[in-house]
Design a protein around this ligand. Structure first.
Ligand code: MLZ
Length: 502
């Protein structure tokens, strides 16, 4: 099948120098609403913060994660030569030169041109997925000019012999590297497809949405019948479902009667119009057999508060839906109409058996308004309730290795404002969870997420897919608006009104 421009996203072309690069948004028809902005200078930032990035291989949903470990220091490449004329605007054709990898950090590498030897003064950070990075031999095969950087051209009299000595027998990029990048950026979800999506204004509801952008496997979904209100999610998110899902599962759905009738008909007949995202595109969940043990209404457990993700709280199973889905309420919420109940699946990795926090030495936030020392035994008696059995939980059934370490830098979605992908740091690791700190932002903005979450990415990911990266918040950015927001937020906690998705 011929690939359409929607399926393959071209890697943005950028000209980079010393960690500062500018880029054009090369989305090949995917008109990103994000402003094309100068790429964040990750290289300089790692240096000033004396930190390292989490390796690409940790992120199973990230492009090329399974081959990235092959890219190691010493490997040789051909890369654009940014030092080949006094005035870059005078240069008519791109000129390349050989370089080797000094250090790999996420998708970025610190590179050194061949001929610099031990001199690190010209080292520069470059995204290895950039279209101006090739394996050794590419320029020769494609008739592209290779010339040493001006600054070092006098250092050798016989460049040919020098290069033969340097390059013969050395490792270069894997075969079809560029093609593999392109393939790994494919996404089966397309613009204009209809899906059912969580209502960010009332999370206990689903709504009908239309995909309006696809960038790096993330979807911008516009709510139908609104003036452009939208929500960003990863395509494997548990917050989106196929048309007819709410009807099938018994989930609340805010939609026209016409949609409801049509959706029910589609499910019944198993026929879908071409603009509907079909079941096979969505993240697959295991549907429990009817005699499998399942969550029951009233059972208590621990869960990351979906609207205040810095907190892990006691929670209660609310309404049980079909196919292993159920609604969960965070204990202590005083939203009486249940509009903050959140839908989970049996297989969710953000729900835990009671005492999970205690066992992992992380704080459990008692229900808002709870007086005294929180102990589960006492609490179960006080609330006359039972706990959900331990073996129901995915994180107990399917133990995973959490590879992250504290201090590693990543690019992470702010789950409370999921249109934002931000510079972030691993602040804590506990069992399969990681606590993300958004650089420059306070503790209130921290979020507990699963180590396999599709909402975290290696550094350089935004640049690779052409999405805007939110840089660390600078102290001077502390404007009256964010001061107001934060003050409001602490007041919210006291008055027991929880945060909303934005
Ligand atoms: N302006 C909003 C969004 C903050 C986003 C922070 N992301 C780490 C606020 O201040 O709440």
């Amino acid at each position: 099948m011929a690939a359409t421009s929607d399926e393959i996203v071209s890697v943005p072309s950028l000209i980079s120098n010393n960690g500062n690069s500018s880029h054009t948004n090369g989305n090949n028809g995917l008109t990103a609403s994000v402003d094309p902005i100068a790429t964040f200078a990750w290289g300089n930032y790692l240096k000033t913060t004396n930190s390292h990035a989490a390796p690409v291989s940790y992120f199973h949903h990230a492009p090329l994660h399974n081959m990235w470990a092959q890219l190691t220091p010493g490997m040789k490449i051909e890369v654009i030569n940014t030092d080949c004329g006094s005035n870059p605007s005078e240069i008519k054709e791109k000129v390349f030169w050989f370089a080797f990898i000094v250090r790999v950090e996420g998708y970025l590498a610190l590179l050194r041109y061949e001929g610099c030897e031990d001199d690190s003064s010209m080292d520069f950070w470059y995204n290895l997925c950039n279209k101006d990075v090739h394996c050794v031999g590419w320029c020769g095969q494609n008739g592209v000019k290779l010339a040493p950087p001006r600054t070092i051209e006098h250092r050798q009299t016989d460049w040919k012999t020098f290069l033969i000595n340097k390059l013969v027998g050395s490792k270069t990029l894997p075969d079809n590297f560029r093609q593999k990048i392109q393939l790994s950026l494919r996404c089966s979800f397309k613009r204009n497809m209809i899906v059912e999506v969580i209502d960010k204004y009332r999370v206990s509801n689903m709504r009908v949405g239309k995909i309006t952008e696809v960038i790096g496997g993330r979807l911008k979904i516009n709510y139908e019948n609104t003036s452009g209100e939208h929500f960003w999610v990863h395509h494997t998110s548990e917050l989106i479902h196929p048309v007819g899902w709410s009807h099938m599962i018994g989930h609340e759905l805010e939609a026209t009667d016409e949609y409801k009738t049509e959706a029910a008909k589609m499910v019944e007949m198993q026929t879908y119009p071409s603009n509907v995202a079909t079941v096979d595109l969505f993240h697959h969940v295991q549907i429990p057999a009817s005699d499998d043990e399942q969550f029951k209404e009233g059972q208590k457990l621990e869960a990351v508060d979906p609207l205040e993700m810095s907190r892990i709280c006691p929670a209660t199973v609310g309404k049980v839906l079909k196919d292993g889905y159920f609604m969960l309420s965070i204990d202590g919420s005083n939203v009486e109409d249940g509009s903050d109940w959140f839908c989970y699946h049996l297989s969710s990795r953000l729900i835990f058996p009671i005492n999970f926090c205690k066992l992992n030495n992380i704080p459990l936030s008692p229900p808002i308004g709870y007086h005294g020392d929180f102990q589960w035994n006492k609490y179960l008696l006080e609330t006359n309730s039972v706990y959900a059995p331990q073996d129901l939980f995915q994180i107990i059934k399917k133990k995973t290795i959490n590879p992250f370490s504290v201090g590693m830098k990543i690019e992470a979605v702010d789950m409370m404002a999921p249109h934002l992908v931000c510079v972030a740091t691993i602040a804590e690791v506990a069992d399969s969870l990681i606590r993300i700190r958004f650089d420059g932002w306070g503790e209130d903005f921290e979020q507990w997420i699963d180590c396999q979450s599709p909402n975290i990415y290696p550094i350089g990911w935004c640049e690779l897919v052409g999405y805007k990266l939110e840089p660390p918040k600078q102290p001077e950015q502390e404007n009256s608006e964010s001061v107001k927001t934060r003050t409001k937020k602490s007041t919210n906690r006291k008055s027991n009104k929880r945060k909303r998705l934005t």
